[in-house]
Design a binder for this molecule. Structure first.
Ligand SMILES: [Zn+2]
Length: 191
């Protein structure tokens, strides 16, 4: 996780150094980062940039946020699924992978951006699995799930009764069948 603020000890030492000649040391609470869940962070971005149409276009949302989206592949020696470089404001996606994978990769990398993570260089396929163990990867996956398959939109489509199978829903959201199955189970819905 990115540490945006100096530790309390560093700040206190700095204040103490500045105030060694005074008798009173004034302390102020350190600012804390807004505590948003990955899903809430995704909903905030959707609210800002989504036109409400399905499927959600994660590239359009990234670009609207001022992030450069680059698609690379074997010719550029890019053997990963994706990466996010905060300093350059770039998300790179492996264009040789399936479309649905590229969309999930983009949403996952956008999650690293929105959740304030440090650079996420070289995200391999394992990072996108539901079995990913690293907390930041799990958080980025939860973000991606809500971004591409917003809970409210999934519930609405299921309620219509038109989308009778996981396959139908996966097509509507332009995600893999695996991702859609996982999402439906997670939301406690049945089709
Ligand atoms: Zn990642």
């Amino acid at each position: 996780m990115a540490v945006l603020y100096p530790s309390a000890r560093v700040v206190c030492n700095a204040i103490l150094r500045r105030h060694t000649m005074t008798t009173e040391v004034q302390t102020r609470p350190l600012p804390t980062r807004a505590a948003a869940t990955p899903a809430a962070a995704a909903r905030a971005l959707l609210e800002k940039h989504w036109n409400g149409r399905l499927p959600v276009d994660p590239a359009a949302i990234a670009i609207a946020e001022g992030i450069k989206v680059e698609r690379l592949g074997v010719f550029e020696d890019f053997p990963y699924s994706g990466e996010f470089l905060r300093e350059q404001g770039v998300i790179r996606v492996n264009e040789w992978e399936a479309q649905v994978r590229q969309r999930f990769t983009l949403a996952h990398e956008l999650g690293h951006y929105a959740l304030g993570h440090d650079d996420a260089p070289r995200d391999f396929a394992e990072a996108f699995s539901s079995k990913a163990s690293a907390p930041i990867e799990r958080a980025a996956n939860q973000f991606a799930a809500e971004l591409l398959m917003p809970a409210s939109a999934v519930a609405k489509l299921v309620q219509t009764g038109i989308f009778k199978t996981v396959d139908d829903l996966a097509k509507a959201f332009n995600v893999s069948k695996v991702a859609m199955t996982y999402r439906i189970n997670n939301l406690g819905l049945f089709v």
